[in-house]
Design a protein around this ligand. Structure first.
Ligand code: ADP
Length: 395
């Protein structure tokens, strides 16, 4: 089966073509600067790169170019040959408890959720509508970043604000990166030979955006991101947890205005705000040279992570594994060494050589002798998870 996965934003579309019989990606690409005079599209397939530099007026034009590039590379003659298209949508609100085959009603519900994700859902909708008109009769499936966390109990997802206000405005913890948390926890259960519905874990998705999830019996029971992806861990440019009074205080001091709050917390804070860069590789190099600010950023990142692991250990109870994933989780051995080293009293114990071994990029266990909680690295694969959802809902 050939499944195309689309991740559309307001001005870009990432795509990947997967052969599901082999669980393998055969082409991937990016359409950028949609709506600007200087658009760019590229596709990688068969070890080659295919490109276009031209104006890309809207998502329709973007997908028509993607289609041309797929044809030019020889991997797909027409979108109508596909067995289905999977769309990543950030926010499913309270309306979606699972992925769904796209219908007019599903589109309406995603539109209704726009106020919860004003920066993300409109782009995704533009992608869905364009793809539906460019691909004939094939099925389309939407997969939400929030759905995996819909199993959280109410005591975990509520904020302690007046209850009627919370209910009226759908204010609650939703959580994000659900596709990744689900993929790596299922994959880890398989790797360890534990039945998924008996598997307890803490999944650590650490990329530019970062979140932790508590997984009990294969289900998400808590997660660090909330109403939006701002809450929780320290991220590349996002503050994560913060006392809301900091904001009113900074406004009173004339440091920021109400209009600037979003930008201040989402784009100017986190690792970038602490030490001037949000790239963990640069931070690692600066730490080695003894740079004070970078060391503080690294230590704060690891400390916040350690606190969440401790909190979610308390939530989950008997814990089978902690799982690292995402650009930082999969690659940053110094971060793993520090965080795991400080959790030896939990029974988390990693082997230094296994942790540093860069030759194994696949699913791997980092345990040293005597570890009672497994430490795994599972490279995330959100596209494969989305494509599997298309297969599950359309076969
Ligand atoms: P996104 O959330 O945008 O998908 P990624 O999962 O690709 O991001 O993660 C990006 C982060 O991963 C960046 O902070 C980057 O510095 C970090 N990263 C990538 N490779 C390494 C590495 N070898 N060592 C440390 N950090 C890395």
């Amino acid at each position: 089966m050939k499944i195309l996965v689309l991740n559309a934003g307001s001005s870009s579309i990432k795509f990947q073509l997967l052969l599901m019989d082999k669980n393998e990606s055969i082409a991937s690409g990016l359409i950028e600067q949609i709506g600007q005079p200087s658009g760019h599209a590229e596709l990688k397939a068969n070890g080659q790169k295919y490109e276009r530099n031209q104006e890309i007026k809207d998502h329709h034009v973007g997908l028509a170019i993607m289609s041309e590039l797929l044809k030019e590379s020889g991997v797909l003659n027409s979108l109508t040959e596909l067995d289905g298209i999977g769309h990543r949508v950030v926010h499913g609100g309270e309306s979606f408890k699972s992925s769904a085959v796209v219908t007019a009603e599903v589109i309406k519900k995603i539109e209704d959720n726009i106020p919860l994700a004003p920066l993300h859902n409109p782009g995704a909708l533009a992608g869905i509508k364009a793809a539906m008109s460019e691909s004939g009769d094939i099925p389309h499936v939407v997969v939400f970043d929030t759905v995996f966390h819909q199993t959280m109990p109410e005591e975990a997802y509520r904020y302690a604000i007046p209850y009627d206000v919370a209910v009226k405005h759908h204010v609650r913890r939703y959580g994000f990166h659900g596709t990744s948390h689900q993929y790596v926890s299922q994959q880890a259960a398989k790797f360890l030979g534990i039945q998924n519905d008996k598997f307890n874990a803490i999944t650590l998705h650490l990329g530019n955006g970062a979140s932790v999830s508590a997984i009990k019996n294969g289900k998400s029971v808590d997660t660090s991101m909330g109403l939006s992806p701002l809450e929780g861990l320290i991220m590349g440019t996002r503050s994560g947890d913060i006392d809301p009074a900091v904001i009113t205080y900074l406004i009173a001091q004339g440091e920021i205005t109400a209009d600037q709050i979003d930008n201040f917390l989402n784009k100017k804070s986190g690792l970038l705000g602490i030490c001037g860069t949000n790239d963990m590789r640069d931070i690692g190099e600066r730490v080695e040279k003894g740079d004070k600010q970078a060391t503080l950023a690294f230590d704060m990142f690891c400390y916040r992570l350690k606190k969440y692991i401790g909190a979610y250990y308390a939530v989950v109870g008997k814990l089978d594994a902690i799982i690292f994933t995402g650009g930082i989780g999969e690659n940053d051995q110094a971060m793993r060494e520090k965080v795991c080293g400080e959790l030896a009293h939990f029974g988390i114990k990693i082997d230094s050589a296994k942790n540093r071994d860069r030759s194994n990029r696949g699913d791997r266990c980092l345990d040293a002798d005597g570890a009672t909680i497994k430490t795994l690295v599972i490279p995330t694969n959100e596209e494969l998870m989305i494509a599997s959802e298309v297969v599950r809902l359309t076969k």
